[in-house]
Write a protein that binds this ligand. Structure first.
Ligand code: OOG
Ligand code: NI
Length: 450
């Protein structure tokens, strides 16, 4: 019998191949990886308890692997085929993000692993955006863009065959998987040669740089990769000395004792030489490097509080430099409990419960989780947030692509149109965390009462 590789193994190889390709394509990204590694090492040296926690969680060895990347596609067919391609690697569409409100004419999902074990093996995600041509007001330009997109195929014939083979067999054998990774990578490669002449490029660019980025090239080049940093504030501060221009502010919540959700920043997109159809030289600015630091996933209640505080802080942070911005954020977020017990008791964050060694042999007379935790019979581990934040994503888009000519687009969220293009429903991220939490509760109580 043929043995098939696990989806996790294929995803791991794919993530590594993407990293190697992107480092070769964008040398400044390789420099970012070096800086992140240096800061991570210094952070671990200063904080042996953190080092031990990471070691025990099996995370130390994986610290250097990228956590996510992003692409942008132009048509429903492209998105639907990507869904099948990512499924080969155990990556499924989770969450719906509307960016139109922030002036970016796309809506998005994140293809990512969903099971805890798969996330632990390699959490690599691809934030995937679909261009919303219907938001372009100029009908002529809209049709021109649609016609250009209709003329390209972003997948190699072999990639298409291997995806069909995977679906037919239910897996890929070693040589097939190896070939699949090689072929899949081709879709995300940078092409210096645009498919359009300068006039077309500039017309689309004038509407929004993002539209030119999606429409004018042969494929959806990977536009950034994102390693994990243990100290995002330090990396932001040290970027200039390492020859990088950081985006103005770190997105997301402020630094806290109990980190929540996701903090992100990037070096700004680089001006890169390209060639128009007809050989004229030009330049295009779209590709950058990002870093992330994740905290605990919030419940609907916790998320509502986060959104409220973020909105409050926004009116006070316009135009501030990062240091002052972070100071104001910290003041506003004083309203968000910052210890694990409160986060748990107030139902603000998700936790995974486990019986301790003592718990396994104790005779218990209560099923009250908090009482069991107090007595040292159960531990509650904060669950890492595995998804993205629309306001942060908008900030990342804007700092690398500019704001576009129309400010906010009239359009609004249209999840059903997105799902129709995708050919499937997106998975509700909150339901995933809630299910993991409640099944850990059930298993814990069962172990304690046996
Ligand atoms: C995606 C921007 C969003 C994130 O980490 O929030 C993103 C893009 O620029 O295509 O990657
Ligand atoms: Ni990103």
């Amino acid at each position: 019998m043929t043995t098939y590789l696990s989806c996790d193994e294929i995803r791991d190889r794919f993530a590594r191949a993407m990293s190697a390709m992107y480092q070769a394509e964008v040398p400044q990204y390789a420099a970012l990886l070096e800086l992140v590694e240096r800061v991570n090492r210094e952070t671990l040296d200063k904080d042996p308890a953190l080092a031990q926690r990471l070691e025990e969680g099996g995370e130390l060895a994986r610290l250097g692997v990228e956590r996510h990347g992003a692409i942008r596609v132009g048509t429903a067919d492209e998105l639907a085929m990507l869904r099948r391609l990512f499924a080969v690697m155990g990556m499924y569409p989770v969450g719906y993000y509307d960016l139109s409100e922030a002036g970016v004419p796309v809506h998005s999902t994140a293809f990512r692993p969903v099971e805890a074990a798969a996330l632990a093996r390699n959490p690599f995600r691809i934030f995937t955006s679909l261009l919303r041509l219907e938001l372009i007001e100029d009908a002529g330009l809209r049709e021109r863009a649609a016609a250009i997109l209709a003329g390209r195929d972003i997948f190699t014939p072999a990639a298409r065959e291997l995806i069909a083979l995977y679906e037919h067999q239910g897996g890929l054998a070693e040589a097939q998987a190896e070939r699949f990774v090689t072929e899949a990578i081709e879709t995300f490669r940078w092409h210096r040669d645009a498919t359009v002449d300068p006039d077309t490029y500039h017309a689309l660019h004038g509407e929004h740089r993002l539209i030119a980025d999606v429409v004018c090239f042969r494929g959806p080049h990977i536009n950034h990769l994102t390693p994990r940093t243990l100290d995002i504030d330090a990396v932001q501060q040290r970027m200039p000395a390492a020859g990088m221009t950081p985006k103005e502010v770190i997105e997301g919540p402020p630094r806290r004792d109990c980190p929540i959700l996701l903090r992100q920043t990037s070096f700004k997109a680089l001006d890169e030489a390209m060639r128009f159809a007809g050989e004229r030289q030009g330049s295009h600015r779209a590709r950058f490097g990002e870093i992330e630091q994740r905290g605990v996933a919030l419940t609907a209640k916790g998320r509502a509080l986060y959104d409220q505080l973020l909105a409050e802080s926004r009116v006070r942070t316009v135009g501030l430099d990062n240091a002052t911005h972070q100071q104001v954020l910290a003041e506003v977020f004083a309203g968000f409990p910052d210890d694990e017990t409160q986060l748990r008791r107030q139902g603000l964050a998700f936790f995974e419960y486990r019986p301790t060694g003592a718990g396994q042999s104790a005779a218990v007379d209560t099923l009250d989780m908090e009482a069991l935790i107090e007595r040292g019979l159960v531990t509650a581990q904060p669950m890492t947030y595995e998804d993205f934040l629309p306001v942060s994503a908008a900030g990342i888009f804007q700092s690398n692509l500019g704001a576009g000519k129309s400010g906010a687009y009239e359009g609004n969220a249209n999840r059903s149109a997105f799902e129709q293009a995708l050919g499937a429903a997106v998975i509700d991220e909150l339901a995933l965390y809630a299910e993991r939490e409640s099944s850990s509760c059930r298993a814990t109580l069962q172990a304690l009462t046996q």
